[in-house]
Design a protein around this ligand. Structure first.
Ligand code: SF4
Length: 388
């Protein structure tokens, strides 16, 4: 089922020259021309394709690829930003722990994600201890340096969850625990595909996640929903070539999985990483912010890891935060509709007005991988002057 792209570099060739081959303007123009030619074959509604990865959206924005897409093609960012889909009660748990005096370590993007009444940044401003770390290893190192408890508020998809799992398997100190908000991408594609108003005709899947899961993980989805999936990398030519292949499959009515990132992704994926992931985590149903309950979409620690599970180690009472939730702007946030492909940031009346990167109302404006944040940064709105 997998197909090779003509632009593929020799395996292991990581030189600048090889990287630049994936940014060749001439090839990009040729692929953009092919996209236009294909999309224009559609005489009625535009073709709607969805990618589920903030890194894809960042690359599309950074390299100005959207300007190459023809009007008859809509490329929509789905629920591909892990910070954006971290649900309000999950943020509340972290804030409640911080307010109870338990030091928290988390990624910088998670700091300003709004909970019911507060973000972790708000809690920190009121005296709670919240550390920003670049990875789980730094959180473990912090725990080793201290006597008291340290909770790592862990977010991210399966790529990041593997790192959290590896840290637990490596034997962290006893004062370390994990509050998992990790999510698993394949099940949410099912949810989007089943939404009654969806017009998505094919999915561009994230190459980095597929290096772990393998592209074979999408075969069941394709069989079930009769929608094609193309796994793509993150260089401009990777994305353009992936979209060309996806558009061809849509127009030819051939639902199948194509691996357009063969220099990194195999059908089976990384068996060792999968074993690491599933030894520590189990999938369970949970709410993704603004989208829906996603069966098997949340990754939670297995019973064997209860001693490192902050939810079982501490009494977390977030009721006070829920009671204090202010009515107001947040109700107008359309993050969920945007991530489901049913609206765009421009459809939100707060976009670029009350909701800005410096004062986000919704999670999609917080993360550098959020649709609203990316569109605000790259599409003609004044650049954010404050430090990220
Ligand atoms: Fe939500 Fe802000 Fe985006 Fe509107 S602009 S959908 S309030 S994050």
């Amino acid at each position: 089922m997998a197909e090779r792209l003509p632009i593929a570099a020799p395996p292991g060739d990581a030189s600048d020259a090889a990287r630049l081959r994936f940014r060749d303007p001439q090839r990009a123009r040729a692929l953009a021309g092919r996209l236009r030619e294909l999309a224009d074959r559609r005489s009625h509604d535009p073709v709607s394709l969805m990618h589920v990865c903030g890194s894809h959206e960042q690359a599309i924005a950074r390299f100005g690829l959207r300007g190459l897409f023809p009007p008859s093609l809509r490329v929509i960012m789905g629920p591909g930003c892990p910070v954006c889909v971290t649900d309000v009660p999950e943020v509340d748990e972290a804030v409640a722990l911080a307010r109870q005096g338990i030091p928290i370590a988390t990624y910088g993007d998670m700091l300003r994600v709004p909970g019911s009444a507060q973000s972790l940044a708000d809690a920190r401003a009121e005296g709670a201890t919240v550390h920003v770390v670049y990875g789980v290893d730094a959180a473990v190192a912090l725990a080793r340096e201290t006597q008291g408890d340290l909770v790592f508020f862990a977010s991210g998809f399966e790529t990041t969850a593997v790192a959290t799992a590896a840290a637990l398997l490596a034997g962290p100190p006893a004062n370390f625990s994990v509050l998992s908000a990790h999510k698993y991408i394949p099940p949410v594609m099912e949810i989007v595909a089943e939404m009654p108003d969806t017009r998505i005709e094919g999915f561009l899947a994230a190459g980095h996640a597929a290096t772990i899961t393998g592209w074979g993980v999408f075969e069941r989805f394709v069989l079930r929903h009769r929608l094609p999936v193309v796994v793509a990398g993150f260089e401009p030519l990777d994305i353009l070539a992936g979209l060309v292949q996806l558009l061809e499959l849509v127009l030819e009515g051939r639902p199948r999985v194509v691996n357009a990132f063969p220099r990194c992704v195999t059908r089976e994926g990384n068996a060792r990483a999968q074993e690491t992931l599933w030894r520590v985590f189990r999938p369970m149903g949970g709410q993704w912010r603004g989208i829906a309950h996603v069966p098997s979409g949340n990754l939670r620690l297995r019973e064997e890891w209860a001693g490192f599970d902050a939810r079982r180690r501490f009494e977390i009472d977030a009721s006070e935060l829920r009671d204090r939730a202010p009515a107001g702007l947040a109700a107008a946030c359309r993050c969920g509709d945007i991530m489901a492909g049913l609206a765009s940031p421009a459809d939100c009346r707060l976009f670029g007005r009350e909701c800005l990167p410096a004062s986000p109302v919704g999670a999609c404006m917080v993360s550098s991988e959020g649709t609203c944040r990316i569109q605000h940064e790259y599409q003609g709105h004044p650049r954010w002057e404050a430090a990220p």
